[in-house]
Design a protein around this ligand. Sequence first.
Ligand code: TUI
Length: 309
Amino acid sequence: MKNRVTELLGIERPIIQGGMAWIAESKLASAVSNAGGAGIIAGGSAPIDYLRSEIRKCKELTDKPFGVNIMLMSPNAEELAKLVIEEGVSFVTTGAGNPGQYIAAWKEAGIKVIPVVPSVALAKRLERIGADAVIAEGTESGGHIGQNTTMCLVPQVVDAVSVPVIAAGGIADGRGIAASFMLGAEGVQIGTRFLASDECQIHENYKNAVIKAKDTDNAITGFYSGSPCRCIKSKYTKQLQDMEKKAAPPEDFEALTVGSLRKAVVDGNTDEGSMLCGLIAGMINEVKPVKQIMDELSEQAGKLLGIDF
Ligand code: TUI
């Protein structure tokens, strides 16, 4: 299909993979790009040499466009902002902050810039300073979240900006895609569905937790600290929430949270790890190859929208 998002990114279907910190690397990103979508390598807070090598691996695994997500709360965001220019990636998505200071340099380097926005105000500000599109991400998403929902945020952002809007948060099948397009989105960003893919490198225990999760097996931590984060409910989230209720000292939080993403993703420690995951996990019941996921998404969305998706 062709629309402003496929044209902007040079892709065949307007499906963008979520930039999942610690998770989205070259194998997943290249599989999504090879299936006609836009794969993304997550910067997270990984060492710069590792990211350079993942970008280079991805170039070997696909000749299609792929992007890099820059998590702006990361201590090495500035270094990564330079790396994407050196490596000449096609596009950048950003999260967890305002990427304003980097936009001019990226645009000058010919990199398309697509920030995640949790509000209408930030969408308008970033359009004004050159964002090529925005991702309106609802609180249904996994990981670091804003407060507005996909259903409410997407149409408001669509009404407020002229650049294409990509919907994110709670989308894992063709119905979610079709609904997003009804709200005025011209693309979707999908993360959680790809956690349960063959090509996703997370530990099997984490994948199984996604598959097993019901609609209510979800928890938000960090709500009161101003850094809310959505995960699969576990001993870890219960402990963290108990500490939040007691307003435990910062060193207790530090002790519990340091390395928690690694524990989930690499070690498969489902008790102590932080299994970031969106609210839609209850609908995902099977690990599948990325190509099959992409084909099913397109087929369902196309049927519902009455277009060749
Ligand atoms: O960034 C994400 N999701 C993430 S990042 C991440 S790593 C992490 N882990 C624990 C704590 C913090 C980070 C895991 N998941 N999604 C995109 C997103 N961006 N959600 C919300 C926002 C956002 C919030 C505020 C974007 C801009 C923003 O701007 C505030 C401002 O400065 O105007």
